[in-house]
Design a protein around this ligand. Structure first.
Ligand SMILES: N[C@@H](CCC[C@H](N)C(=O)O)C(=O)O
Length: 283
């Protein structure tokens, strides 16, 4: 199958057009696991399928490295926008992308040769609280949820950006033990469909340090929806202004809350295009 690897701030996926894998419908989860494997596959945070849509200009489906399907991916939206424009799947620089978590409007900024390296996406309305995500904890919990296990007590704001997020404001995001705490929150029984976990520290009202544990992929260099969720939570808590530069492991992302909508602007980069031979589930 023809594949393209792209990354946005180091959050890297293998992008495949649906027509390339039309006969593999029941096997997308295993394909995502295999293709993401850094030793036996290509190596990535997951796989994103690009195809036609009935309700938007193009559709994307997001599979994490463990094969689970996610509703949305912010870095994926920017890379799909780049791909769709450069491959002429769309006719102009402004268009819409369908995901399982909703339809999002994208705008690409091509250079004089038509190559796109920067994209803005309207990530939709700010949605906070346990009613916006799959949640099976006590109904008394609202926007702020307190997770308690034998080893951990952690408060976080829950936010939906199409996909679910738990945003914890911590003393020093850059030195948080993400690999230990992240999976405990991801798999906490209150989140029946698991959850993405962000650790954030405001360094001013317009700058945020950010680390992430992604549902289904673990530590990644960046999470676009996670950055959106974190700024939405920070503005709601009165800690941040509405225009924020988020410092992720892989670089910076600009998030703005305007008219209760979240706008995300950042890079999208091509790594390589080539052919991947998959030997299938029994291969
Ligand atoms: N990296 C993404 C989010 C990908 C999906 C996520 N792991 C989930 O399961 O919801 C982003 O940039 O938003």
């Amino acid at each position: 199958m023809r594949v393209t690897k792209m990354h946005a701030l180091g959050n890297n996926y293998i992008y495949v057009e649906e027509q390339e894998v039309a006969d593999l419908h029941e096997q997308f989860a295993q394909l995502a696991i295999d293709i993401s494997d850094v030793r036996k596959g290509i190596g990535s945070d997951g796989m994103i399928l690009i195809g036609p849509s009935n309700v938007a200009n193009v559709r994307m489906r997001v599979f994490n490295a463990d094969g689970s399907e996610a509703e949305n991916c912010g870095n994926g939206l920017r890379c799909v926008a780049k791909y769709a424009y450069e491959q002429k799947l769309v006719s102009g620089p402004s268009f819409s992308i369908e995901t399982k978590g909703g339809v999002f409007a994208a705008e690409v900024y091509p250079n004089s040769e038509g190559a796109v390296e920067r994209v803005t996406v309207n990530m939709g309305p700010v949605r906070l609280g346990t009613k916006t995500i799959p949640f099976s904890g006590p109904s008394a919990e609202g926007e702020e949820v307190q997770i308690q296990t034998d080893d951990l007590v952690l408060r976080g704001t829950v936010v939906s950006v199409g996909n679910p997020h738990f945003v914890a404001f911590v003393e020093d995001a850059k030195n948080t033990d993400v690999a230990t705490v992240g999976p405990v929150v991801e798999h906490h029984p209150w989140f029946p469909e698991r959850i993405n976990v962000e650790f954030v520290t405001p360094i001013s009202r317009s700058e945020l340090d950010f680390r992430v544990w992604e549902r289904g992929s673990g530590i990644t260099y960046a999470c676009g929806t996670g950055a959106c969720a974190s700024v939405a939570a920070g503005v709601h808590k009165g800690l941040l202004d509405e225009t924020v530069r988020v410092h992720l492991l892989g670089g910076d992302l600009d998030i703005e809350i305007r008219d209760s909508q979240i706008w995300m602007t950042g890079e999208a980069k091509h790594v390589f295009s080539g052919v991947y031979r998959w030997h299938g589930i029994h291969g």
